[in-house]
Write a protein that binds this ligand. Structure first.
Ligand SMILES: Cc1cc2nc3c(=O)[nH]c(=O)nc-3n(C[C@H](O)[C@H](O)[C@H](O)COP(=O)(O)O)c2cc1C
Length: 189
């Protein structure tokens, strides 16, 4: 543990601001820790499912995060059945763990056309697997990618609860609740 000062960790407001700052940095900077959060859903058998994603949007004013995906990916079906997701980031530079609980909304079709057309050809090739993502295949490369706008989905995550854990000389943990207008609450680490 470095001796770097993180004065922002001493107040609830400072922690919440820092958490959104780090999330925003993940969207803007491909080397930032929050670039690659873990997104958790629950599948139809009740198993938690986790996977790495790229954070594409973080809007504190709207309390919203955004992730892009293939419309046929398992996570989309899981969220359609149970539209609750959690997201996890460990930002080692800030000594900060961020945990988010969110209500998910899936956007496809014309609602995401402008985002799709703004993606590079390389980025578009992350979507449109044939056969569909998650299906069993005989050989490792028995698939193709035909990027199609109709195979693209945006997962909007409307944050309902955000929790941070700061590892310092004395650890600090706090939760922030949308239903309490983001008032913070200290929690035992
Ligand atoms: C570094 C990294 C970034 C990834 N980014 C995304 C992403 O932004 N969106 C996505 O759907 N999958 C992304 N993936 C792939 C997912 O982790 C996962 O393997 C895939 O989406 C299938 O997950 P699912 O079957 O649970 O839907 C990424 C994987 C890695 C390793």
């Amino acid at each position: 543990m470095t001796q770097e000062r993180h004065d922002w960790a001493e107040s609830l407001d400072g922690l919440l601001e820092q958490a959104w700052k780090r999330l925003g940095r993940g969207v803007a900077d491909r080397r930032a820790a929050a670039r690659h959060p873990t997104l958790a859903t629950v599948d139809t058998n009740g198993w938690p499912q986790v996977r790495t994603v790229v954070l594409r949007g973080a809007d504190r004013a709207a309390s919203q995060l955004r992730v892009y995906t293939d419309r046929k990916a398992g996570k989309v079906a899981e969220l359609a059945a149970a539209p609750r997701a959690s997201l996890h980031v460990w930002d080692q530079t800030a000594h900060l763990q961020i945990r988010v609980m969110a209500e998910a909304v899936i956007h496809t079709g014309t609602a995401v056309e402008s985002i799709w057309s703004g993606l590079s050809a390389h980025a578009q090739r992350c979507y449109g697997f044939q056969p569909a993502s998650g299906l069993a295949i005989t050989d490792a490369l028995d698939y193709a990618v035909w990027p199609q706008p109709e195979d693209f989905a945006v997962i909007e995550l409307n944050v309902v609860y955000l929790e941070v854990l700061h590892l310092g000389h004395r650890h600090r943990r706090a939760g922030f609740d949308r239903s309490r207008d983001w008032a913070g609450q200290w929690v035992v680490p």
